[in-house]
Design a protein around this ligand. Sequence first.
Ligand SMILES: Nc1nc2c(c(=O)[nH]1)N[C@H]1C(S)=C(S)[C@@H](COP(=O)(O)O)O[C@H]1N2
Ligand SMILES: [Mo]
Length: 326
Amino acid sequence: MTKLITPERIFLSRRDFLKISGTALAALLLNTSCGDGTVNYDLLTDEFGDSVTSREQIQSYGNYYEFSRSHTEMGELSKGLDTSSWQLEVGGLVKNPRTYSLADLEDFRLKEYIYRMRCLEAWSLVVPWWGFPLAKLIEAAEPSAEAKFVRFEGMYAPKQFPAQDESRYQEWLQSGFRGQIEGLGNMAPADAPYKWPYVEALRLDEAMHPLTLLATGAYKKPLPSANGAPLRLIVPWKYGFKSIKAVTKIDLVAEQPETFWNRATPEEFGFYGNVNPDVPHPRWNQAIELRLENENNGTAIATLPFNGYARDVAHLYKGMDLEKNY
Ligand SMILES: Nc1nc2c(c(=O)[nH]1)N[C@H]1C(S)=C(S)[C@@H](COP(=O)(O)O)O[C@H]1N2
Ligand SMILES: [Mo]
């Protein structure tokens, strides 16, 4: 284990750093007094023996650009998210297009899956998601032979998501992306303006891999708004940006789709986004990471190829130049 001397300089503003320390303490006090007979997630680990991050912590620090570019502000702003009119549309190159309600998804036999997630910004978490393999939904849709990619679209709700409000967004663009929103002073502007909704995509074989999930919950509770309620994608061997929150539409398509980050800043966000300590990022060290619970003591751990899941997924990329296809 290496120790970072100034971890906050890598990706945290000083103010974010102090906030998360307070949150971690609050989470600790909460967990020790929990006596409702449910699973004690403090004692649970993932398949590699790493502790599960607390439910409080995953909600109070993250990325949700529809709400804010601040890691901590998005936690507060997302609390009132109204998803009552949410539904999931599955279509494109399939025999059985279908619209699902949240209740319809219960048919896919939901289970707990404990996976790690690592953001490109070198912070990471371990979460007991509640969900099902995406493969089951794709099989039910029956893709046609021309389908080669799966495209995911996030929720479009400009009345609820400040960043999707065109007038506020224009004001922000004109400021050069800087200084207007808390915690953003150290972030470079994107090359192209953001285009909403958030879009992500996978190759069909990646989407069919058993590690790829659709999650409706975490810690055996409904998914917190901050973490993508009511439904999000989880691709544990890829950087966090691939795991799109608040998915509303899934389409099977023939061509590699344009994605939100790859379009905005292509040299920083490749299409693949596989976790890879050997391929450096222009702004963040990809060889090490800090678990959210270690942000107050600065203890970093080594980042593993494919986020630890190489044994399961490396074969998907045989013969590919992973430096080019980052
Ligand atoms: N719709 C949407 N999904 C998103 C994002 C986002 O801004 N909007 N951020 C991504 C990034 S960069 C990361 S690291 C993860 C963070 O997930 P978490 O906040 O649950 O830890 O969500 C991803 N999914
Ligand atoms: Mo991220």
